[in-house]
Ligand binder design. Structure first.
Ligand SMILES: NC(=O)c1ccc[n+]([C@@H]2O[C@H](COP(=O)([O-])OP(=O)(O)OC[C@H]3O[C@@H](n4cnc5c(N)ncnc54)[C@H](O)[C@@H]3O)[C@@H](O)[C@H]2O)c1
Length: 415
């Protein structure tokens, strides 16, 4: 048992495997967190994590504590186990929420009930009211909640944020963003939940670039319209697997966002993503242009790997999450996926070190105002976009307005 702050990850799926757990193992190695508990619906994903060859290679002497234990029958589901696992942690530990989107709200409430700080994968919740409630409850208790939008920690974006705020790009006018995940996603657990009645490609994916445009420019979305095309998953269920969204911002600027589960599995990237923003100072045009998929690196291997989407010729992304051999034991994570988790954990540790409730609240107000880390109170516009997007897509792409005051909400635009 370590004297450092314990962490409990709720959810042992893909994002835990590729980003959260290796980041936390590294922070454990650095002495910034203590025991790592992981709670999943059943033991199956926990066994996958415990046996992951890359994680074993990178962290050969580190382990997590499994809930339920690894030896439990994988067919036995324990949907309530996360509650007792969180309750058993000392107050002011860290809960990382990494369950499917619709379960975030319940897990967040339990974490706050037991006075835990929180790191939550995007989207925080699906409804704006819920984001406000979580933000308010956490603030009252002096608990920090960080929402993990990792594009914010890509150096390219941090550099551009500074330049936007220095006025180097003038005012944002017109933009386009793409994020297309691979076709093979359709064969995964997505087909069981990302179906037309629950979600769509815009809700699941578009938030990354919409959050980023706010992060860069400081603008907030004013209206949203989303056109979706339904397609069938391998299991026969239907989803809006192709979406085209239009977000109008408070200054009248527009961002067009296209998302899908269609990037060819034989394509060289892990997905297709990028963004172009055009701006102006009234006299000259300005531009920001990213290819966020092809980072200038190309590899051709002796053979292709055996994971879905592996190709012999690849364009690996060196900036999201990679392991480096820097000597010493195992391997060291690098990239904005790691930096994002490390930043949130560091801020939680700073908050924990404050001597009084009032000092923790003051710290939370400062983090909210700084806007580097997304929090329930400074990024709840993302939940308004989610609500507006769902309302629009289910109504053939009608434009839905977002209001912030006196009462935040969404409604069909009238002309
Ligand atoms: N780019 C990103 O920021 C990014 C990328 C991928 C996923 N995500 C988010 O991460 C979350 C998880 O996605 P994923 O791809 O890892 O999903 P996944 O389907 O691979 O894993 C979900 C996990 O939740 C667990 N779970 C389900 N119900 C539970 C319960 N009652 N108690 C405990 N555990 C439970 C399952 O056992 C599973 O391990 C989603 O909210 C998703 O939107 C974010």
């Amino acid at each position: 048992m370590s004297s450092k702050v314990p962490v409990c990850i709720v959810g042992g799926g893909m994002i835990t495997q590729v980003q959260i757990l290796p980041s936390l193992y590294q922070l454990q190695r650095l002495g910034l967190v203590g025991d790592i508990h992981i709670c999943a619906l059943n033991s199956a994903p926990l066994r996958t994590l415990a046996e992951d060859p890359m994680l074993k290679k990178a962290f050969p002497t580190q382990q997590f504590i499994a809930h339920p234990p690894l030896a439990t029958d994988p067919a036995q589901n324990k949907p309530e186990l996360f509650k007792e696992t969180i309750a058993a942690l000392p107050k002011h530990s860290i809960v990382v929420v990494a369950v499917p989107d619709q379960l975030h709200y319940g897990a967040l409430q339990v974490a706050l009930q037991y006075d835990q700080h929180i790191c939550c994968v995007k989207p925080l919740v699906l409804k704006h009211d819920q984001a406000e409630e979580i933000g308010q409850k956490a603030y009252e208790k002096g608990l920090l909640v960080g929402v993990e939008y990792h594009k914010r920690f890509d150096d390219i974006n941090l550099i551009e944020r500074r330049l936007w705020r220095e006025g180097k790009f003038g005012e944002f006018k017109l933009g386009h963003a793409d994020l297309h995940e691979c076709w093979y996603y359709r064969h995964s657990n997505f087909q069981n939940w990302c179906t037309a009645e629950n979600s769509d490609a815009f809700s699941y994916i578009a938030c990354h670039y919409i959050d980023l445009v706010h992060f860069l420019t400081g603008l907030k979305p004013a209206s949203v319209s989303v056109y979706g095309i339904k397609d069938k998953y391998p299991n026969g269920r239907e989803g809006y697997l192709w979406t085209d969204g239009r977000v109008i911002w408070q200054n009248g600027a527009v961002l067009n966002v296209q998302n899908s589960l269609s990037y060819p599995d034989e394509g060289p990237g892990g997905n297709y993503q990028g963004m172009r923003l055009f701006g102006s100072n009234g006299k000259l045009g300005t531009m920001v242009n990213h290819n966020d998929q092809f980072r200038g690196v190309e590899h051709a291997y002796t053979a292709k790997g055996d994971s879905p989407g592996d190709t012999q010729f690849t364009q690996p992304n060196p900036t999201y999450f990679q392991f480096l051999d820097l000597g010493g034991e195992g391997l060291t994570p690098t990239g904005y996926g790691y930096r994002s988790i490390a930043y949130i954990i560091q801020k939680i540790n700073e908050c924990r070190a404050k001597p009084t409730l009032e000092a923790r609240r003051e710290f939370i107000r400062a983090i909210d105002a700084e806007g580097i880390m997304a929090t329930p109170r400074n990024s709840a516009f993302n939940e308004l976009v989610m609500e507006a997007g769902r309302m629009s897509i289910l109504n053939g792409g009608r434009e839905v307005e977002i209001t912030y005051a006196p009462q935040a909400g969404v409604r069909f635009k009238t002309y």
